[in-house]
Write a protein that binds this ligand. Sequence first.
Ligand SMILES: [Ca+2]
Ligand SMILES: [Ca+2]
Ligand SMILES: [Ca+2]
Length: 484
Amino acid sequence: MKRLISLILAAAMFFVPPKASFTVVAKETDSFFDDFAGSRLDTDNWLIAEKNWGGTVNIDGEKVDYNGGVISDNVAVRDGNLVLTGLGNLYEGELRGINRNGTRRSDGKRCGGAIATKEYYASGSYEIRAKIAPELGCCSAMWTFEYEEDYSGDNLTVTNHEIDIEFPGRDANDEPNLDYVLCTTWTGEGDDEHKTGSPYCGNQTDGAYHTYRFDWHTGDENEIPRVEYYFDDVLTYTSYEHIPTNAGRLWLGLWFPKYWAGTPDFDTAEFEIDYIRITPFHESGDKPQNESYPDSGWAEIKEPVMGDVSADGVFNVADVILFQKWLLAVPDTHLADWETADFCKDDRLNVFDFCLMKKALLSQEKTAVLTVTTNYGGYGVAGQDLGSGTFTETFAVRKGDTFYETMNGHWILNENTEYSTETPVLTVDEINGSEITFTSFLYGEQKKQTVRFGEELSEAVSSTFVIYDGINYSYVLTFSDKQP
Ligand SMILES: [Ca+2]
Ligand SMILES: [Ca+2]
Ligand SMILES: [Ca+2]
């Protein structure tokens, strides 16, 4: 049996996964194109939103945000599509929405996902090919956005340059309807600073892809300022009013409007985008962006972990098993992020990657136990003895672990909280048999050394804090392979 598996693995050496296609940013024409063909969102070009907008409701006399905002967990790249997931009123899963003040909500209901280009674009042709979410109560949208607040006058002046394509639109009875689309141009937030049309654009929930496009003209000697909206390449609606001029970011999002899109009585729905293309016109009406908050409301980008083919943030034996199944072509085996398995870097996966992956797991799994004995003592401003003593903490450590020190002499692992300094007191470089190599803070310098398990190290690390009128700390370290 063993021999057979080896042979199958050898055969798998020639199995080549779909090669990642890279986002083409053709510098000559400065157009932007992404077909989402890679294994993950290209965060060199995209920002992932984590914020909340859309208004409040009163619940038991309390004003709360109507929806759960947009979160990064609802943004994925899958099978050549950007997939934005919306969690409806019936959602009972683990994800939690976000409030306008940044706190997490108690559930994930009415929570969507959105991304925006890092770059700003003005006049141009904006096109996506997509399947909108086939549910009422959520909004499948593509829009440009540029927002400024000006406090220089007596009153706050808001500039809101925006162009929207939003589903659902409103039908002849003024009801939300997915075969209609809202086409809005904005220059401010006031009632008299935008223009909305709601044309009919055919069956949009037939399971097929459709193309959605607007051509934004800021104007020049040949072009009247206007925005033309095309659905499946048919010019359907043109706006000549409140035409933005300021360059904006292009957003793609699935979010939950308060009431006007209907009621989201579903569990989950998906807005799938096959590609997006922006072709700038560079008309003379273009103005640069001057956003007030360009850097807020974005998720921290989680760097992929090498080996984490399941894309759950950790590399462990489950990833090795998954990758082995994939190499053996076990049906229904899907690598969420195949690039993390490409240990032998050549944009293909084979048995060489598998061997390196197993090796990486073994080296990662070596652990040691660190015992930190903290001796403390000190004097107050008036010279009074503040007391002294000793306490001991133990930690299971592995390669790459980093310790920080709190103001009260405790060590914390891999998590630099607000009460600790920026400087790590100790980083584990290597664990090898019964030896450990680490880098530690010692009287203002970083010192690297290799020691044997069991040695008592009283001069290996010093406190990063020096306190003249309070408690000071000194540390004695011991590494071992005993479990804490
Ligand atoms: Ca695609
Ligand atoms: Ca994993
Ligand atoms: Ca490889």
